[in-house]
Design a protein around this ligand. Structure first.
Ligand SMILES: NC(=O)c1ccc[n+]([C@@H]2O[C@H](COP(=O)([O-])OP(=O)(O)OC[C@H]3O[C@@H](n4cnc5c(N)ncnc54)[C@H](O)[C@@H]3O)[C@@H](O)[C@H]2O)c1
Length: 390
């Protein structure tokens, strides 16, 4: 018996605190699989602050599940499991949130599909496009909605930029540049993967550029480097250029080995035919002709606020019967780009074609309408992960 005994009867979804969101959609009670770093610092705080019921938690060990459950301050009392399949079968679980590592995802998701419940999965879906494609195809074949936790899209400054683009304030994009400085010079399971910089951390930024460009990336070139004496087993710096059909030029650099935290910074410049924008970790600036520049500092952080946004956009899409903007097939396009960029970096920056991922594409405008305005800013209440680690 793998379910960890719970003194109280598990509540059903309604009793667990399922509430109506700003659009009148009921919040779906979450079954959370994985009790590690992002579950602790991102998922649980996000759900508690947004009043999302967590009906069940599954860890590899009952001690891990108990530790995480002890941190839960939101509605309901999660039932604890050490079997993901048993969590999926729990009638109180309406949406399954997968916060495990990418390795082993195919087997895990295969085991979850028979339950037929929507899956919100941490990025990257898998370390290879081929495996991620299989996951998406099997979920589609089983008729199970699957979305990927691209929480950066819902960070408070990014939500503003999305809105400005949807409103046409910037006109047509002609230039985009992202420059990010952080430090992950450490040995950990994630930096042990040779493609970490592109397939995991940098995946957020490549996805972000795709999101704003709103057109396919045709080719990519990338250089990557190890810092002399570094501990991490993966490269810690990249520079990337993207090729689109049309006048847009876009570049990204990531230096993930700064000498001190004082050097951490995130800058995104987006320039259009009518206006310009500049985003940092915590601000969004809009520069329009004949207007004073406007700089907004919306409350909230990428983690956990963006995670609440990814959940809400998924639940809203399910309630409307539309496909979520972060559906699995959309994620495949970002992963295809990341994989091609990593490949280019191993061929001295040779231009690599980005394979097209067939299947329909979700309009970016869906994001703005699904904007989680009713999910409160919550980061001040919790200890967040370092800002640059997404
Ligand atoms: N979106 C973001 O901002 C962000 C930030 C950090 C990490 N991540 C991603 O989140 C995922 C998890 O990362 P992490 O740092 O939390 O890893 P972690 O190793 O700290 O946690 C993973 C957890 O999953 C558990 N687990 C694995 N298989 C399981 C199973 N079958 N049943 C139950 N539990 C199982 C492990 O015991 C562990 O507790 C990764 O894909 C990572 O890339 C995303």
């Amino acid at each position: 018996m793998s379910a960890v005994p719970e003194p109280e009867a598990a509540p059903d979804a309604a009793a667990a605190g399922a509430t109506a969101d700003g659009e009148g959609h009921r919040r779906l009670a979450v079954g959370l699989i994985g009790t590690g770093r992002i579950a602790r610092t991102g998922h649980l705080p996000a759900y508690a602050a947004a009043d999302v019921p967590v009906a069940a938690i599954c860890g590899r060990t009952s001690a891990g599940a108990e530790r995480l459950a002890a941190q839960w301050s939101g509605p309901g009392r999660p039932r604890l499991y050490t079997s993901a399949v048993e969590l999926a079968a729990d009638p109180a679980v309406e949406l399954i949130d997968v916060a495990t590592r990418p390795t082993g995802r195919l087997e895990l998701i295969r085991a979850l599909l028979p339950a037929g419940k929507p899956l919100l999965v941490q990025k990257p879906l898998a370390y290879t496009l081929a495996e991620a494609e299989l996951i998406v195809a099997e979920a589609e074949g089983a008729g199970v909605p699957l979305a990927v936790n691209h929480n950066l899209r819902w960070s408070p400054p990014q939500r503003l930029l999305t809105q400005w683009l949807d409103d046409g304030l910037l006109g047509d994009l002609v230039h985009l540049a992202h420059v990010h400085h952080f430090s992950e010079d450490l040995t950990a399971w994630y930096t042990d993967h040779p493609g970490y910089l592109f397939l995991d951390h940098g995946l957020h930024y490549l996805d972000m550029v795709r999101w704003y460009a709103r057109r396919p990336v045709l080719e990519v070139t990338a250089r990557a480097a190890f810092t002399p004496g570094q501990r991490a087993r993966c490269p810690l710096s990249y520079t990337i250029m993207l090729k689109f059909d049309g006048p847009l030029v876009a570049s990204l650099t990531l230096h993930n080995a700064t000498c001190s935290q004082g050097a951490w910074a995130s800058n995104l410049w987006v320039n259009g035919t009518r206006g310009d924008a500049h985003l940092t970790y915590d601000s969004a600036g809009l520069m329009l002709p004949d207007h004073e520049p406007a700089v907004v500092q919306p409350p909230g952080e990428w983690v956990p606020d963006g995670i609440a946004g990814a959940y809400t956009a998924f639940v809203d899409a399910l309630a409307r019967g539309t496909r979520p903007p972060h559906e699995g097939r959309d994620h495949l396009r970002s992963l295809a780009l990341a994989e091609a960029a990593w490949e280019s970096s191993r061929h001295d920056g040779a231009w690599m074609p980005v394979p097209a991922v067939t299947g329909s594409s979700v309009a970016a405008a869906t994001l703005a309408s699904a904007d989680a305005a009713h999910v409160p800013a919550i980061s001040s209440a919790v200890g967040t992960t370092p800002k640059g680690r997404l």
